[in-house]
Design a protein around this ligand. Structure first.
Ligand code: SF4
Ligand code: SF4
Ligand code: SF4
Length: 324
């Protein structure tokens, strides 16, 4: 049986199982009411990378020199030494910001703190956990067994395994939770000079996104900096023309870091993803297949049927059936 046939059979069994046992299927998980997260507005980002440096300082991460002659910290991607990175999209002669042709735009890469995270669902020992109140997805290195299922499961390629360490761990943004008891918040948002990275309650972030998107491009607008609901650090600038897509609003059931941009998100390196979370799909599959005695039998029956259909008779058998 080839891969395609296997997945076809598995799909048929799951569909049959779900119909027979609807309680096994689950939908996307809900956003916790007090969830916090980040808004990244690519049109406000000037590429200064203060957020990258602040993230490293706040999390005790070392510099990462990508070329032998580099004079400063030059991470090219997130890694065991870098939890947050700013990348640039450029096209042709990159002259105009937030333009796809002959333009450029910035993107931020860090954990998106998914509403229904695949990393949490895939982790067999609960080393990845989503906080019930804040929704922050955190990592417990003491519980981790190093299986790296979370690395494979994350649709955004976020968790990194520190292979070069004698005691490897998973590395990813935890929204600077360790700073909260001191009244601080995400270091990347705290230092951002333009408010391109903004911290806040997800409900407030959604309101702010709707406000920006409702404005006519070019309208002078007050942009908050730092933390939504915190001390007023706002400044005035014309609002940009946004593409008609809020990344993270619906992708894999939604994320707690959401993004606005002036160029399409595929250009910025964000993958096109379904609205159904991968966690709900995989858990539905597991529960369907193992939730009752009838369903594994249905699954095996479907596999057997496809296998039999795909088995070609041996030469000798062909002779028997056609030759005598
Ligand atoms: S600090 Fe703000 S403006 Fe500077 S690179 Fe980071 S997100 Fe962009
Ligand atoms: S972006 Fe990846 S690592 Fe972060 S919460 Fe979502 S699945 Fe987990
Ligand atoms: S919230 Fe903290 S750990 Fe996460 S990207 Fe921002 S500075 Fe880095």
């Amino acid at each position: 049986m080839d891969r395609r046939s296997f997945f076809k059979a598995a799909g048929a069994a799951v569909a049959a199982g779900s119909a027979a046992c609807p309680a096994a299927a689950r939908g996307n998980k809900e956003l916790p009411p007090d969830a916090v997260g980040l808004l990244f507005d690519s049109t406000l980002c000037v590429g200064c990378k203060a957020c990258v440096a602040a993230c490293k300082e706040a999390n005790g991460m070392p510099v990462e020199v990508s070329t032998a002659d580099a004079l400063w910290d030059t991470p090219l991607d997130i890694s065991g030494k870098t939890l947050n990175v700013i990348k640039v999209y450029k096209n042709g002669t990159p002259e105009v910001k937030d333009r796809e042709e002959n333009g450029y735009a910035f993107s931020k890469k860090s954990c998106l703190h998914c509403v229904d995270p695949s990393c949490v669902s895939a982790c067999p020992v609960k080393a990845m956990k989503k906080d019930e109140k804040t929704g922050v997805v955190s990592y417990n290195k003491d519980a981790c067994i190093g299986c790296r299922y979370c690395v494979a499961a994350c649709p955004f390629g976020v968790p990194r395994f520190t292979y070069d360490s004698a005691t490897p761990v998973i590395s990813k943004c935890q929204l600077c939770q360790h700073r909260w008891p001191e009244g601080k918040y995400a270091a990347c948002a705290e230092v951002c000079p333009t408010g391109a990275t903004l911290f806040g309650k997800v409900s407030d972030i959604k309101t702010e996104i709707a406000r920006r998107k409702a404005l006519k491009p070019g309208t002078p607008t007050q942009f908050p900096r730092g933390r939504l609901g915190g001390p007023d650090q706002s400044y005035e600038a014309p609002v940009a023309k946004y593409v008609d897509h809020v990344y993270g609003e619906k992708e894999v059931g939604g994320t707690q870091m959401m993004m606005l941009a002036g160029v399409s998100f595929d250009k910025l390196g964000y993958p096109a993803l379904p609205e159904t979370s991968f966690a709900s799909q995989s858990e539905t599959l597991q529960h369907t297949l193992y939730g009752g005695l009838v369903l594994p039998v249905a699954f095996l029956g479907a596999l057997t049927w496809v296998a039999k259909r795909n088995v070609k008779p041996e030469d000798g058998e062909q002779g028997d059936s056609h030759g005598a």
